[in-house]
Design a protein around this ligand. Structure first.
Ligand SMILES: Cc1ncc(COP(=O)(O)O)c(C=O)c1O
Length: 304
């Protein structure tokens, strides 16, 4: 991690290396934190944060689902996000707002603790989400089952969801795959470890409903809106493993992954093992939108 710029902590910008918390911070022990992952793109008209207000809304909704009393308004947080990016001097970056039950009282009940908020940003590197951008990712259906929405609010982007996701990701990588696909308790497809999933069969684009346990991804929503604006449609329906195996194309969506193609699921080759036409077109359309080249979606960009 290159320590560039400053980190916003409870209203103050502090040097990167000084952004520390106490070891008895509640969230460190009980996973009582929620966060966001946002991208800032280096567009021809300057740096722009993609769908800032939607990410901020999801951030506050996640906090609400964990009964967090935020000491900052939505406006204060979105201003702070822009200020943190500006201070970093980075043209393109990944932004990580985090809200967590802090240091004060130890024990399971989080609410006696203050809710601390931080915002960090760092240099964007394709890194782990690169697999599949060009060639098509190899995915493993995980043996770890997605946490059931009756166990935890899965529409909260909460740290506690990610131990499950990390186990699935590690299992996939240890077995020579690039990414995991997670089933829910009913054996239906939920999502990837950090992406939503879509498939194409006979030119029909399909994705699991959020009731299957996947996060309400902002890229998922963006892609659906782009497809619809371009005259197409997406069907939400429960999908099973055999739908994946027999798909003509599969792609995943996420802030880090953007639109990435899947070439293989378990030992089954998808389509002709290359990126399909619909995925390729969508990748291009999505990139045009994030780069401010599609007038119809300019309102999704907040220029820094
Ligand atoms: C579990 C999970 N599902 C889906 C997504 C995709 O969501 P978004 O498109 O908002 O990044 C992410 C990434 O944030 C994620 O962590």
């Amino acid at each position: 991690m290159k320590e560039i710029g400053k980190i916003w902590m409870n209203g103050k910008l502090v040097p990167f290396k000084d952004a520390k918390v106490h070891v008895l911070t509640h969230a460190l022990h009980y996973s009582t934190a929620v966060f966001e992952g946002i991208r800032c793109y280096d567009t021809p008209n300057g740096s722009a944060v993609f769908r800032l207000s939607e990410h901020n809304d999801r951030f506050f909704n996640s906090a609400k689902l964990y009964s967090m009393k935020m000491q900052f308004s939505k406006k204060e947080i979105s201003d702070a996000i822009l200020k943190t990016v500006k201070t970093s001097g980075l043209k393109e970056c990944y932004i990580r707002p985090l809200a967590y039950y802090g240091y004060g009282t130890m024990g399971l009940t989080p609410t006696p603790n203050k809710v601390d908020v931080s915002i960090a940003c760092w240099e964007w590197k394709e890194g782990e989400s690169k697999a599949g951008k060009l060639t098509g990712a190899k995915c493993k259906v995980s043996s770890w089952i997605k946490i059931d929405p009756r166990s935890q609010p899965m529409q909260a982007k909460a740290a506690s969801n990610y131990a499950n996701a990390a186990l699935a990701r590690m299992e996939a990588l240890e077995n020579g795959y690039d990414e995991a696909i997670m089933l829910n308790l009913h054996g239906k497809i939920a999502e990837g470890s950090a992406e939503n999933i879509f498939l194409v069969k006979d030119d029909i684009i399909q994705t699991p409903p959020l009731s299957a346990g996947g996060l309400g991804g902002i890229t998922r929503d963006s892609v659906i809106q782009i497809i619809e604006e371009n005259g197409g449609s997406v069907i939400e329906r429960d999908l099973s493993r055999d739908d994946l195996y027999s798909a003509d194309e599969i792609f995943m969506t996420g802030t880090a992954a953007e639109v990435k193609s899947v070439a293989q699921v378990d030992k089954v080759i998808i389509g002709d093992a290359k990126m399909g036409k619909i995925t390729r077109n969508l990748q291009k359309s999505f990139s045009d939108v994030t780069m401010g080249k599609d007038e119809r979606f300019l309102s999704w960009l907040t220029f820094v």
